[in-house]
Design a protein around this ligand. Structure first.
Ligand code: FAD
Length: 466
C-alpha cells in the first residue's frame, strides 16, 4: 500500500533505497555507489536470486568491445530496428533507441565489474540480425547474480535480506519519503530515503494479477521468481503513475514436462520443430519463443513434442539448462522416425508426413505453410532428440512508464521527482502483447535501467536537485 503522510519521521534514513536484489537492483546499487552515493538494497528473500538467477543470462548489446574484437559490425540503430520490428512498431521507440544506445556501455561496464560474459555466436535468436548476445560461461543467471553480489559485498554496499517492503510512504507533494519493511516474524520497521528505486520486477508471481491482465496465461505454468508479486505496479496505480502494455509478457514454448528444464531456442533456429500429439506441426516456431507458449498450451493436453538433431544437441551442451535436461533424461534419443513414434505414441504415418514435408522445404529452400523459411537449414542429422514440452509464463513486460533518467512518470508524463524504476517493474520494449518480446530484452532492461536509475538517483542527491 501507499501511505500518504506529511512530515513522517523515520528512525533511520538512507539517501537511496532500492527495492529488489535482482539484476536491476544490484546494477542500480553499483551505479549509485560509483556516482558517490551508498544505497540500501532491500530484498524480501533470505538469499537474493529473483528471476535474474533463473535466467539463461543472455544479454543483447550493440557495439560492445567483444563484438568489435570479433569483427562484428553492429550499431544501436540496427539493434533498435530489430527491437521495433519484433514489436511491430507498437513499442515506445524513444525508449528503445535510448536502451539500445546504452546497451554496449552497460555490457562493457558489467565486464569491467567482473561479470563473466562472452559473445554467443553460432546461431541467431529469432529477430536478431547480428551476433549480439552476451552470455555467462554456462549460460545461467546464477553466474550473473554471483558476480554482482560479490561486487556489492566488495564495495560494502548494504544489502538487507528477509526484508519485504510492505508499504511505501508518499507525501502530498508527490515525494516518496520512505518505506515500511516487514520481517519474516511480522516485525515492522520504517526507513526513510531521499530517492527510491523500484527494482522488484513485475507481477508474474501474482496469480490474481495474471488472471486479470493476462488471462490467456492464467492457467499456464509460471517459470519465474514467485516473489515477484507486482508490488511496483500496485504502488504505481495508487499514486497515479502511468502504466503501459500491462497485458504484455515473455512466454516460452519449450519447458520440458514434467522435468521443468528449459530448451534454448537455438534448437529451433537450427532446424528443430514441434509437433502435437497427432504428429502435426501447428505454427512457425522461429517467429519467437514468447508467442509459441500460447500455441503450445492450446494444443490437446497442453503439451507437444519438440524434435531436434545431433547438431542442435552439440550446441545445447554449452547451456547448463540443456545439460540438466539431458541428465534428468528429459531429452530422449531415437535412431529413426519409427523409434520416435514408438516412444512418443505419435502416429507413425503422420510423423513421417511431417518429416517429409520439412525435408522437402529444406531441399527446395522454401518457406513452409506457416511461413517458416527453411532455405538456410541443413537436413537433420541422426540420432534425433526429442522431449515433451509445455508453454510457460516467464515474466511480465507491462509496467511503469519512465523517462530516460528512469524516473517514473505520472499520467500527464510528468516525473515523480524521486521515484525511479527499471527491469521488470518498468514498461518493457515488447509493445502490447506476447509476440513483441525480442530475446534478451528482459535482462537488457534490468541491467541498463538499473545502471541508469542508480546514476540518476545519485546525481540528484549530489546536485540537491529536488
Ligand atoms: C527461466 C527464465 C529464463 C530467462 N532467460 C533470460 C535471458 O537469458 N535473457 C533475458 O534477457 N531475460 C531472461 N529472462 C527474463 C529475466 O530473467 C528478467 O527479465 C530479469 O531477470 C528481470 O530482472 P529484475 O531485476 O527486474 O527482476 P528479478 O531478478 O526478478 O529481481 C526482483 C527482486 O525483487 C524482489 N522483490 C519483489 N518484491 C519485493 C518487495 N516488495 N520487497 C523486497 N523485495 C522484493 C524479488 O524477491 C526479487 O529478488 C528469463 C526469465 C526466466 C524465468
Amino acid at each position: 500500500m501507499v501511505l500518504i503522510q506529511d512530515n513522517k519521521e523515520f528512525d533511520i534514513q538512507f539517501p537511496i533505497i532500492i527495492i529488489g536484489a535482482g539484476a536491476c537492483g544490484l546494477c542500480a546499487a553499483l551505479s549509485a555507489n560509483e556516482h558517490g552515493i551508498k544505497p540500501l538494497i532491500l530484498e524480501r528473500d533470505k538469499e537474493p536470486s529473483g528471476s535474474s538467477a533463473l535466467s539463461t543470462c543472455l544479454i543483447p548489446a550493440a557495439g560492445t568491445k567483444l563484438q568489435k574484437k570479433a569483427g562484428i559490425e553492429d550499431t544501436p540503430e540496427i539493434f533498435s530496428s530489430d527491437i521495433i520490428n519484433k514489436a511491430r512498431n507498437e513499442n515506445d521507440q524513444n525508449m528503445v533507441r535510448f536502451i539500445a544506445k546504452e546497451s554496449a556501455p552497460t555490457v562493457d561496464w558489467l565486464i569491467d565489474n567482473n561479470v563473466p560474459l562472452d559473445l554467443v555466436t553460432g546461431f541467431f535468436y529469432p529477430g536478431h540480425s547480428q551476433y549480439r548476445m552476451h552470455g555467462s560461461p554456462n549460460r545461467t543467471g546464477t553466474e550473473l547474480m554471483d558476480a554482482l553480489i560479490k561486487k556489492i559485498s566488495q564495495k560494502k554496499i548494504d544489502l538487507m535480506t528477509s526484508a519485504l517492503v510492505s508499504n511505501i510512504y508518499f507525501n502530498s507533494d508527490k515525494i516518496i519519503t520512505g518505506v515500511e519493511i516487514t520481517r519474516p516474524n511480522g516485525n515492522r520497521e520504517n526507513v526513510g530515503c531521499k530517492s527510491l528505486i523500484l527494482a522488484c520486477n513485475g507481477f508474474g508471481g501474482n496469480s490474481e494479477m495474471v488472471k486479470k491482465y493476462i488471462p490467456e496465461m492464467a492457467n499456464a505454468l509460471y517459470f519465474g521468481h514467485t516473489g515477484n508479486r507486482g508490488d511496483a505496479i500496485k504502488w504505481g496505480i495508487e499514486i497515479g503513475a502511468s502504466i503501459s502494455d500491462i497485458g504484455s509478457y515473455q512466454g516460452h514454448g519449450a519447458v520440458t514436462h514434467p522435468h521443468g528444464t528449459l530448451l534454448f531456442w537455438g534448437l529451433m533456429t537450427q532446424g528443430g520443430f514441434q509437433v502435437n500429439i497427432k504428429g502435426k506441426r501447428f505454427s512457425n516456431e522461429v517467429r519467437g519463443y514468447s508467442e509459441q507458449a500460447v500455441d503450445v498450451i492450446s494444443q490437446e493436453n497442453s503439451y507437444v513434442w519438440e524434435i531436434w538433431d545431433s547438431n542442435g544437441h552439440e550446441l545445447g551442451m554449452d547451456f547448463v539448462d540443456y545439460r540438466n535436461g539431458s541428465d534428468l533424461k528429459a531429452h530422449k534419443t531415437a535412431k529413426d522416425i519409427n523409434e520416435i513414434s514408438f516412444l512418443t505414441k505419435i502416429p507413425l504415418k503422420s510423423l513421417e508426413k511431417t518429416f517429409e514435408y520439412i525435408n522437402h522445404c529444406i531441399k527446395h529452400k522454401t518457406k513452409d505453410n506457416f511461413g517458416r523459411d527453411w532455405s538456410n537449414i541443413k537436413k537433420m542429422t541422426k540420432p534425433f532428440y526429442f522431449a515433451k514440452v509445455t508453454g510457460a509464463l516467464f515474466h511480465t513486460q507491462g509496467g511503469l512508464d519512465i523517462n530516460s533518467l528512469a524516473q517514473v512518470l505520472d499520467k500527464n508524463g510528468k516525473p515523480f521527482p524521486n521515484l525511479f524504476a527499471g527491469g521488470g517493474a518498468a514498461r518493457g520494449l515488447s509493445g502490447p502483447s506476447r509476440w513483441g518480446y525480442l530475446s534478451g530484452n528482459g535482462l537488457l532492461t534490468a541491467v541498463v535501467l538499473g545502471k541508469v536509475a542508480g546514476r540518476s538517483a545519485a546525481k540528484k542527491i549530489i546536485n540537491n536537485d529536488y
